[in-house]
Design a protein around this ligand. Structure first.
Ligand SMILES: CC(C)(COP(=O)(O)OP(=O)(O)OC[C@H]1O[C@@H](n2cnc3c(N)ncnc32)[C@H](O)[C@@H]1OP(=O)(O)O)[C@@H](O)C(=O)NCCC(=O)NCCS
Length: 137
């Protein structure tokens, strides 16, 4: 299994991985932007020339010592083989190479088992995510 930078021809497969998991968060344009954006880090896991997982995040453009993981997703039949951990490890390596000092992920509590215990990210502070939708204006 090989982890590499995502290319435009990988986008359809990444969306298919999401849809098999009943996830519709990413729009094709989001992924295309993520391939091109200089602050984005978008990696795929590939095995026998087939993309089986991906990770997307970014170097925070307003605080470049910080990087954020947006989503890690592995195709359902390929889970529990260490692919998720390898994606997170390689994301962190790339972020540190680009000058980040810390990689942060905002996660649901159920994913602590993965990010903390498997990938070694530590719990930091008591942050909670808040947001406002356009319709609330
Ligand atoms: C989370 C995810 C990326 C892990 O990928 P993976 O390739 O299975 O990960 P690894 O093989 O490296 O590690 C597996 C370990 O992670 C932990 N883990 C994985 N998913 C977990 C979950 N939902 N809750 C708790 N622990 C979890 C388990 O300890 C598991 O080890 P086990 O085999 O002993 O049960 C994958 O389950 C996935 O795509 N989930 C759906 C998408 C998602 O929720 N992503 C996170 C949003 S940011």
């Amino acid at each position: 299994m090989n982890i590499r930078k995502a290319r435009k021809e990988d986008l359809r497969v990444c969306l298919d991985i999401d849809h098999r998991d009943n996830e519709y968060y990413w729009k094709p344009q989001d992924l295309e932007n993520s391939v091109e954006d200089q602050h984005a880090i978008f990696l795929v896991a590939e095995e026998e020339q087939k993309v089986i997982g991906y990770i997307i995040g970014f170097i925070v453009p307003t605080k470049r010592a910080e990087a954020m993981i947006h989503v890690t997703r592995v195709d359902i039949p390929e889970r529990k083989r260490g692919i998720g951990k390898k994606l997170v490890d390689d994301f962190c390596k790339e972020a540190f190479k680009r000058g980040a000092d810390i990689v942060i992920a905002e996660i649901v509590p159920e994913l602590l088992g993965f990010y903390r215990d498997v990938c070694g990210l530590e719990e930091k502070g008591n942050w909670i995510a808040v947001g406002k939708g356009r319709e609330a204006q």
